[in-house]
Design a protein. Sequence first.
Length: 168
Amino acid sequence: MNLGLSRRGEYVLQAAVALAQSSRRSTPVKLAELAARTGIPRAYAPQVLGDLTRASLAASVLGAHGGYRLSRDPSLISLLEIVEAAEGELGVEHCPLSDGPCSPDRTCPIHSTLERARLALRERLAGITLAELLALPALVESAQRPDGPVPPGGGRPACRLAIADGGG
């Protein structure tokens, strides 16, 4: 069972972080700049930003000085909103012990356990804001590197960002 994000989910999270890091500047972030800063493929960046825009987390600004910016302050955007913008609503779509979904009148023996896990994950992600994520030391250090958060030559940097209960 994979509880991680899809590649698209990773890109949407990276784009949201990049927009949040730029939220205090007066001009929106250009698509090419965002792609270069995050390592999101340039051809895929419009789809990623489209996910954030459809979820009302980002807005596009038209014109010569246009680009993208968050639609709300980072302290008002939860990690759950970002994840669900890319991945859809977190849920158990298929019963692992039958051929279809569990129903209210007929649930499998593991249904209540999976439902409690789903609710706990949603609660945890809803309790972390984009502003809190930005304040984590590993993310601040990565964003302040002279070459940006993506290592020279592109590729995916090793994740040093830990979101845990108080201790890392």
